[in-house]
Design a protein around this ligand. Structure first.
Ligand SMILES: [Zn+2]
Ligand SMILES: [Zn+2]
Length: 361
């Protein structure tokens, strides 16, 4: 096959399936065949015109298969790559030539999305992960996926799972910690399982009963339902009670501005909030700043991740296959042609986590 297709979004709400010739691959780069590609909440926000990115090749979660590793024979950990190997790829790049990269904050690269948002009309065309192929730059981290990790399970590793891996790392969650997770979507469920593996007690807060049930199967010791506690102050009191006076770490993964204050209130004296959920510019919310000072609560933001976090995400899956029901995260699969339907169904909340399947079982 000498041509491939991608899902291009010329403007929010529109999808064009575009066909391009497969490009020449430069040394250090790699062209891979997409096996499975996840519809993430961010894709849905872009499609619904609720995101700063307005026009691009959609898709940033994927597992792909190597056709020819000649141009990049090793993954980022130095593991030799062979034709047919499955790989996960960081969806952004680190140029290693800007100030954040020079400081070692490679996840804050000023050019993180340059490859993604460049026009697919110019080679190498395959800039988005919703496509039959994806072009990996040498500036992107890439790891081989171990055989025991199923493709559909690995498909969300390079966004949701690596993201919370970075958050848990920044928090330094340790054995015996009390953690509260606000939001039991993909991020929240992964966060629950990682903190549980680290030996923490995890309380999960969400509105949807089925998600809270899933949170318990991912390792939550307690759940607090917004249906049982519609009042934020009552939820804070419940979480403080369950965590013995407040959480060592509160993870804000709900993605609504009001959840930030709630997370701050749920943290203990001297505790911390890891802020991941809110990324939209321009949304404001009242914060009791004096409370942050008086109770010495640290609010630490985390966006994107370092290459070692993606590597650890894959290792986490490998260690916990069979112990954590990862497969329950995905409730619908669609063929690649149906990408627009998958986005619409996700937007209308007909499905929670959709995956486009190409060669995946
Ligand atoms: Zn994502
Ligand atoms: Zn950079």
């Amino acid at each position: 096959m000498s041509v491939g297709r991608i899902a291009y979004m010329p403007s929010p709400g529109k999808i064009e399936l575009r066909e391009y010739e497969l490009p020449q691959v430069a040394a250090g780069d790699l062209l891979i065949e997409v096996l499975a590609s996840g519809i993430c909440g961010s894709d849905v926000h872009m499609f619904a015109d609720e995101h700063p990115l307005k026009s691009l090749a959609l898709g940033h979660e994927m597992v792909g298969r190597i056709v020819d590793p000649t141009t990049r024979p090793y993954d980022t950990a130095g593991v030799p790559l062979a034709a047919g190997d499955r790989v996960t790829v960081s969806y952004f790049q680190a140029c290693m030539a800007c100030q954040p990269c020079a400081r070692g904050e490679v996840e804050m690269c000023l050019h993180a999305y340059d490859n993604w948002i460049s026009s697919p009309d110019e080679a190498p065309h395959f800039n988005g992960m919703h496509g039959t192929h994806y072009y990996v730059r040498r500036t992107q981290a890439l790891f081989r996926v171990p055989d025991e990790v199923p493709t559909l399970v690995a498909a969300t590793a390079n966004c949701a799972l690596a993201q919370v891996t970075a958050g848990v790392d920044r928090a330094g969650v340790a054995t015996g910690d009390a953690v509260v997770v606000l939001g039991a979507g993909g991020l929240g469920l992964y966060c629950t399982a990682i903190c549980r593996e680290r030996g923490a007690t995890v309380v999960v807060v969400d509105a949807v009963p089925s998600r809270l049930e899933l949170a318990r199967s991912f390792g939550a010791s307690h759940t607090v339902s917004l249906q049982d506690y519609p009042d934020a102050q009552a939820r804070v009191a419940a979480v403080r009670e369950l965590t013995g006076g407040g959480a060592d770490t509160a993870f804000e993964l709900a993605g609504v501005p009001a959840a930030v204050q709630e997370a701050i209130s749920m943290a203990r004296i001297g505790g911390q909030v890891i802020e991941i959920g809110n990324i939209m510019p321009g949304l404001v919310t009242p914060i009791d700043v004096g409370d942050i000072t008086r109770r010495k609560v640290s609010v630490l933001p985390v966006i994107r991740y370092r290459p070692d976090h993606l590597q650890e995400a894959i290792r986490f899956l490998q260690r916990n296959i069979g112990a954590v029901p990862f497969e329950k995260l995905v409730d619908a699969t669609y063929p690649f042609d149906q990408v627009e339907v998958a986005l619409q169904d996700s937007q209308n909340r007909r499905v929670a986590r959709a995956i486009l399947t190409l060669g995946a079982e």
